[in-house]
Design a protein around this ligand. Structure first.
Ligand SMILES: [Fe+2]
Length: 272
């Protein structure tokens, strides 16, 4: 599997703080079958100065050397989680902010948490018009989208790719509203990729294996592999990703059992 959204770079944001924990995270992910991770730290965090592209590259190179020295079968690529701001395109084109993997034309954009402005969609549109591929981070966790799925449908129609979070799919690991929104998005075939957004090695650990297994049971092996391996790989290679192809829209080969299971998973939030 390929995990496009992680906070494995130590000591730069609210992700792992110690190098030892970054190595534990790498080990844990590799055991789950993750072979490639993109480090996507927040660019601004707390009192710290803005993180530069050079710092990210250097941090990732050091981390890869340690991972290799420990013999962990995992590689980390540089990247960042870009806040949706009015000057996003300009900063990206000036090289101040970085695409996923460092050299691709794919960016991971974190939407605002509380308010969606008229210019928010315009910024994403201008990115796409300029040849960038946009992956929107964890929309199912944002109340602005939980209340208004139509907003996400509009973005997807614009070719924005939605990244659901692994933990949002696993019963008891997220809030009821988040789980419901994640399953609604999957049911409507609007999700392109699943990533862990792991922050630590305990509560917000990398849980890609469990998410894969849940996806496999609820949507079948093809979709599980698509969302956790095939699509992230295509996004890193700069290949065109087509939502209709991912979901094979119109296919009718699914069993009633899978539909029933998905209804249960969507509701199974009491212990969340
Ligand atoms: Fe994140």
């Amino acid at each position: 599997m390929i995990d496009l959204h992680t906070h494995i770079l130590p000591g730069v944001d609210d992700g792992v703080q110690r190098v030892e924990d970054a190595l534990l995270m790498a080990e844990d992910a590799a055991e789950q079958g993750v072979t490639l991770m993109v480090a996507t730290p927040h660019l601004f965090w707390g009192e710290r100065n803005a993180l530069s592209v050079a710092q990210i590259r250097e941090g990732v190179a050091q981390l890869n050397a340690l991972i290799e020295a420990k013999g962990i079968p995992l590689k980390v690529l540089p990247g960042c989680e870009i806040p949706l701001s009015a000057d996003l395109l300009a900063r990206l084109e000036r090289g101040e902010w970085m695409p996923l993997g460092g050299e691709t034309r794919t960016v991971l954009v974190e939407p605002p948490w509380h308010e969606w402005h008229a210019w928010s969609a315009e910024v994403l549109h201008s990115l796409i018009e300029s040849g960038w591929t946009v992956v929107l981070a964890h929309p199912e966790r944002h109340s602005i989208f939980q209340r208004n799925l139509a907003l996400l449908e509009e973005l997807v129609a614009m070719n924005v790719h939605l990244q659901a979070t692994a933990s949002s799919l696993i019963p008891g690991r997220s809030s009821p509203k988040t789980a419901r929104c994640a399953y609604d998005l999957l049911e409507r075939q609007l999700v392109s990729v699943v990533a862990s957004d792991c922050h630590d090695v305990t509560g917000r650990r990398c849980d890609m294996r469990e998410a894969y297994q849940t996806l496999q049971r609820a949507f079948g092996q093809r979709i599980a592999k698509m969302l956790t391996t095939t699509v992230p790989q295509a996004l890193l290679r700069g290949e065109k990703v087509d939502l209709a192809q991912i979901w094979q829209k119109g296919a009718t080969d699914e069993s009633r059992w899978k539909r029933f299971l998905r209804a249960v998973l969507r509701r199974e939030t009491d212990d969340g």
